[in-house]
Design a protein around this ligand. Structure first.
Ligand code: PLP
Length: 481
């Protein structure tokens, strides 16, 4: 494929862009229970207008575009106040949860390099439910992740197990509010005490929950404390592009003080060009996401968010009750936010997901890991409010249908072949053969994913990761003419 010799007409550009999304899940009608945070048409319009208004402004140099710093400082201030920070709390706007987390880990690593230079192999202590972004941060920053099993019933971090895993190399502890997989809040107060006793930093991952949880608390839900008023909490990440409904590319990393934040900032004068001084990973940074996040918070407002929280809280309770009433399903943990995970000991959840997809629903699979069995995950959005009962009715039928579907055949055939296989020595050819056996080779996505998911679920984690890399490496390729 080449750059078109002559530019396309305006109409043609948009015709093609529209055509590209023909196979996307239709998120607008609220039948997609993941990935999309839809505040409704009116707010969407305002957010889009704000985004395009600031699309070209560049936050790289706030001396040229003071509006960028103004927007960022106001967003950080609103976030700090929302999370009960005092006037010393500082922070920066980032492109998403992963970047905020990466910066929290960089801050801890560079602080340890400065204040505890005897540590040669820094460790990050995290519950097994902490988001994958922490592992990614460790991978990028050469920090060792130490994953601690969570309570098998509540799926919350186990403070005593966390305490026991501290070593002389630990530089940072993590807790989630909420964890993505099960939608529960870790015992941040206890973790804070442990952090203080051991002179460690504690990061709270509020990417998913930080924004709405305070509203749920105001509505009477019991939400454990996780904000800056908890002693020992040193940084919090919170995404605007999730349940603050901003455009994607919007999160914030907050630190208890400037003294900590200084380790996040990067400066470089070691080249021939302009002075680089970046608080975050991005250097050139569009003003679009900043302005859109500011517009979302300003337009929806505190009252608007409280109403959204009321809607999704009621929906979550109805869905959790509905799932409890479906024979063959059981909840994993008790959701403390509008995220619900459930599994089955009687049918394959992966077949249930495929069946639901055939009926126009997207619900998300989560593979088994540690003491968390493979399951189905729902993110509950206000745009889905009219679908609660129809979705539950279809879910009940799909569970019944899945009872007659064979499951685990391929996984059990593959099992013995994989036994004793050292993931480190598996080559590209072997990986391709495994993918083909699972029906996942080539450039297109299989329409039914149950077998692929079952195989993935049966594999040891390291092999899963290798397969996923091989799979993706194959998937992104030049389109056929
Ligand atoms: C708890 C939690 N942390 C971090 C992230 C990563 O955020 P992002 O996808 O914006 O990078 C997510 C994403 O769902 C999350 O749920």
């Amino acid at each position: 494929m080449e750059i078109p010799k002559q530019g396309l007409s305006k109409d043609e550009v948009f015709r093609r862009l529209e055509a590209f999304r023909a196979d996307d899940m239709p998120w607008r009608d609220g039948r997609t229970w993941a990935y999309v945070y839809d505040p409704g048409r009116e707010a969407e319009e305002i957010i889009k207008r704000a985004f395009s208004m600031y699309l070209t402004e560049n936050a790289l140099d706030p001396t040229v575009f003071p509006s960028m710093m103004r927007l960022e400082n106001e967003l950080v201030a609103m976030a700090a106040r929302h999370l009960r920070g005092n006037e010393h709390v500082v922070g920066n706007f980032t492109s998403g949860g992963t970047e905020s987390i990466l910066l929290a880990v960089k801050t801890a690593r560079d602080r340890a390099r400065d204040l505890r230079p005897e540590i040669r192999e820094p460790e990050l202590l995290l519950p097994s439910t902490a988001h994958a972004a922490f592992h990614k941060a460790c991978h990028y920053l050469d920090v060792r992740p130490v994953s601690v099993p969570v309570d098998p019933k509540t799926f919350k971090a186990d403070p005593e197990a966390m305490r026991a895993a501290i070593t002389k190399n630990t530089i940072l502890m993590v807790g989630s509010a909420v964890s993505y997989a099960h939608g529960v809040v870790d015992p941040i107060r206890e973790l804070g005490e442990i952090a203080l006793e051991n002179d460690l930093l504690l990061h709270v991952d509020g990417c998913m929950g930080g924004f709405l949880l305070p509203y749920f608390r105001r509505l009477g839900a019991s939400v454990p404390d996780f904000e800056f008023h908890v002693p020992g909490v040193t940084s919090i990440s919170m995404d605007f592009h999730k349940y603050a409904f901003a455009a994607k590319g919007a999160s914030v990393i907050l630190h208890r003080s400037k003294e900590l934040r200084k380790y996040q900032i990067y400066a470089c004068s070691n080249w021939t060009g302009y002075t680089v001084i970046n608080p975050t990973v991005q250097s050139t940074k569009s003003g679009g996401p900043l302005a859109a996040a500011w517009a979302a918070l300003s337009f929806i407002g505190d009252d608007g968010y409280l109403e959204i929280a009321r809607t999704v809280l009621e929906m979550t309770r109805a869905i959790a009750d509905g799932v409890r009433r479906i024979p063959g399903l059981r909840l994993l943990g008790e959701p403390e936010m509008n995220l619900v995970a459930f599994t089955s000991d009687e049918v394959s959840v992966f077949h249930v997901i495929d069946e639901m997809k055939q009926r126009g629903w997207y619900i998300q699979p989560q593979l088994g890991y540690g003491n968390s069995k493979e399951n189905i995950h729902l993110s509950i959005n206000p745009a889905s409010v009219r679908w609660v009962e129809p979705m539950l009715a279809d879910l009940r039928e799909c569970v019944e249908k899945a009872r007659s579907m064979p499951s685990g055949d391929l996984a059990s055939k593959l099992g013995p072949a994989l036994e004793g296989l050292d993931p480190a020595t598996v080559g590209d050819e072997q990986l391709r053969a495994m993918l083909a056996m699972a029906g996942a080779g080539g450039a297109s996505l299989p329409s039914r994913m149950a077998e692929v998911n079952e195989v993935m679920n049966a594999l040891p984690v390291k092999l899963r990761e290798k397969l996923l890399v091989a799979y993706l490496n194959d998937l992104y390729r030049q389109p056929d003419e």
